[in-house]
Design a protein around this ligand. Structure first.
Ligand SMILES: *Cc1c(COP(=O)(O)O)cnc(C)c1O
Length: 373
């Protein structure tokens, strides 16, 4: 479907896949496939190696991200683990400083147990990144925008550094999704998604995706994917396909809501800092003091205090104790992830209701502050 636009490709995933002309992708639960003779196969043998429902998802994400081949994994973390099976003990990787906490935790395991080494870049000056390259460096791992400080990185510039030094450029595209950013078009070699978030979009399935755009890498990923079995089940693959069909529409509403909420928060005196790149549905903001975090979170009625993002329901997260709890506090504070920072994943509710909810929570907070004075 190379000639269609993203919205069309997303909507049409799986349509007409089977000979009956089913409009909706069929779910193949069968783990084994009959052979007509030795060495004869219709393309599927055993479900870990390949499953027709999973294949629909894998082909679709490869097409939409503009890469060679897709791999559907049991979670975003297993997608990252799959990519890191490309590296060996002694290899060095440069990664974004402001990173999903679970990714940082996995990198710590890879460092301590598998002897990979990591350097972290603050995402500001590309020259600083170039200076971190050493003979052992094999890859650059970027999240853009960063999480939760929402700092955008110029992927074309980073890809230039990667190419000059023969490094792989790996991009976690969970926050912007291919509707807003296609890293391979900017020179990335591998794109990773936690499909649990925007791609599936309904807070009901854990899934990860990898898209590779380099033949040698693709072959190795295919081998590891099957050998390790970090694969996504057929029903979960179907849930992600179902979510993807409305991704473009949802992203529009997420972004509209986030822009309106960011404008509102900018004018709110109890907010000391708003971090929103102007794009996408994620934003972070800081209250005047960490003491205000708990009363504020418990005052919210519509927006749910929970640890995830990218679903239709608005969720608010406290990175210091939730998503980023595995990053040592001193390190977090040093790079600007304070104990008063909240991260909001704006859902697709009506923006007036979301802003009203924030307003009443700030009013309660104000009364609480006044009572203590
Ligand atoms: C959630 C998340 C992950 C991990 O994905 P899971 O599906 O939870 O395993 C990785 N990267 C980012 C940016 C995330 O938000």
């Amino acid at each position: 479907m190379a000639s269609y636009k993203t919205e069309t490709k997303l909507t049409q995933i799986g349509n007409g896949f089977d000979e009956l002309g089913a409009v909706n992708a069929p779910i193949y639960l069968s783990t084994a496939y009959k052979h007509q003779g030795i060495g004869i196969s219709k393309g599927y043998d055993y479900t870990r190696t390949g499953n027709p429902t999973r294949s629909i998802l894998e082909k679709a994400i490869a097409d939409i991200e503009g890469g060679q081949e897709g791999f559907a994994c049991s979670s975003g973390m297993s997608a990252i683990q799959l990519v890191f099976s490309l590296f060996s003990s002694g290899d060095h990787i440069i990664a974004s400083r402001d990173l999903y906490g679970g990714t940082f935790r996995l990198f710590e395991i890879l460092k301590n147990q598998y002897h990979l080494s990591f350097s972290y870049w603050d995402g500001e000056n590309p020259d600083d990144l170039a200076n971190l390259v050493c003979p052992e460096t094999k890859a650059i791992f970027i999240e853009t925008p960063t999480n939760p400080l929402m700092h955008e990185v110029d992927l074309s510039e980073i890809s230039g550094i990667a190419k000059r030094n023969e490094l792989l450029l790996i991009v976690d595209n969970t926050f912007y999704t291919p509707v807003l950013q296609r890293p391979i078009e900017h020179g990335a070699d591998i794109v990773i998604h936690s499909a649990t978030k925007y791609l599936a979009g309904h807070n009901d399935v854990l899934a990860g995706l990898v898209v590779s755009n380099q033949t040698k890498i693709t072959e190795r990923l295919r081998l590891y994917h099957n050998s390790c079995g970090v694969v996504l089940g057929p029903f979960d693959s179907w849930l992600v396909i179902r979510g993807l069909k409305t991704l473009a529409l949802r992203m529009r509403q997420h972004q509209d809501n986030a822009r309106r909420i960011a404008d509102y928060l900018e004018k709110q005196p109890l907010v000391s800092r708003v971090l929103y790149p102007g794009k996408g549905g994620m934003l972070s903001f800081e209250l005047a003091s960490p003491k205000q975090v708990e009363p504020f979170l418990t005052a919210l009625r519509l927006i749910t205090f929970a640890e995830s993002l990218g679903g239709v329901e608005s969720l608010i997260t406290y990175p210091a104790t939730q998503t980023h709890a595995d990053i040592p506090e001193a390190l977090r504070l040093e790079y600007g992830l304070s104990n008063a920072l909240l991260r909001l994943s704006t859902g697709i509710e009506h923006p007036d209701d979301l802003i009203d909810d924030l307003k009443q929570a700030f009013q309660k907070l104000k009364r609480g502050v006044a009572a203590h004075e």
